[in-house]
Design a protein around this ligand. Structure first.
Ligand SMILES: C[S@@+](CC[C@H](N)C(=O)[O-])C[C@H]1O[C@@H](n2cnc3c(N)ncnc32)[C@H](O)[C@@H]1O
Length: 268
């Protein structure tokens, strides 16, 4: 299925991305443009809506643009991080079960992994439901290149989109499901991204959120406070839920382990 996106430059103009772009077994390079004439490149199947644009980034965000971070992120860090933060053995398989249980991906429906890094969630959903359409969005070229390598190796097809989550390049009510793993803590403007998520999700959609909350333990809190200098933010569960509510979501399920919080959100 071709993917329709909204031009980042002209709010009412659409851009059609050919279905072959999601076929990661074949290299796709080219240019796409809206009916207003603004053009964007697709290199190695990665749809790049940002070009050389960088904008201001926190230290935490800019580290995701280093090749080395992208290369080691999933295998060295991501696979272990939830066990570290939850204080118990928390393999990816357990996270996957919760993701699939809450999202219930269906054939022909569309899902987006926001701030995807290596597109772990997007790939898990696609493997569970090969006939679903997946968009994996991040503003780091390096992370998207790594996502491409991993998806290709697993023969998982998805659209890799380089864009800023504060300005999601989609029309309203596009997605049946959204997922965001750990990205909320890294955003410079989390509420803006949540508002955007609310705009692009369908009325019956589900938003799977995993984020880290403020620790009640003083020395961990101290570390979290210093991480704040690098651009990471943490909230209590109540503060997080107030933020979700403010953005127009209702919390329908929630599960916390240590400082890891999983939330199932639906449009209010
Ligand atoms: C903690 S990592 C996400 C990990 C990933 N979701 C997972 O479950 O493994 C945060 C990611 O969000 C991306 N990111 C941060 N701010 C963003 C923004 N405004 N727009 C798009 N991507 C963003 C970073 O480049 C980084 O890859």
């Amino acid at each position: 299925m071709a993917l329709e996106i909204r031009s980042p430059k002209y709010e009412r103009a659409s851009i059609t991305i050919p279905a072959e772009v999601a076929d990661l077994q074949k290299n796709f390079n080219g240019t796409i443009c809206s009916n207003k004439g603004d053009e964007y490149e697709i290199r190695n199947n990665i749809i790049d809506l940002l070009g050389d644009e960088h904008g201001e980034m926190t230290w935490a965000q800019s580290s995701n643009h280093w090749k080395v971070t992208a290369a080691v992120y999933e295998d060295i860090w991501r696979k272990r991080s939830l066990s570290l933060f939850s204080g118990e053995e928390f393999p990816i398989q357990k996270e996957k079960e919760l993701l699939i249980d809450w999202l219930q991906p269906e054939p022909g429906k569309s899902y987006m992994d926001i701030g995807c890094s290596t597109a772990l969630y997007g790939r898990l959903v696609k493997r569970d439901q090969p006939d679903a359409e997946i968009v994996a969005l991040d503003f780091s070229k390096q992370m998207l290149s790594e996502a491409r390598l991993k998806s290709e190796a697993e023969q998982t097809d998805l659209y890799l989109l380089r864009a800023d989550a504060r300005y999601l390049p989609f029309f309203g009510a596009t997605f049946d499901g959204l997922m965001m793993g750990g990205t909320l803590n890294e955003l410079t403007d989390p509420l803006k991204v949540l508002y955007e998520a609310r705009r692009v999700i369908k009325k019956e959609g589900v938003f799977f959120m995993m984020h880290l909350i403020k620790s009640p333990t003083w020395y961990i809190r101290l570390m979290q406070d210093s991480a704040g200098l690098g651009g990471l933010s943490f909230w209590t569960v109540d503060e997080s839920n107030q933020m979700f509510e403010r953005a127009g979501f209702s919390m329908v399920d929630q599960f916390t382990k240590g400082i890891v919080c999983f939330t199932k959100l639906i449009p209010a």
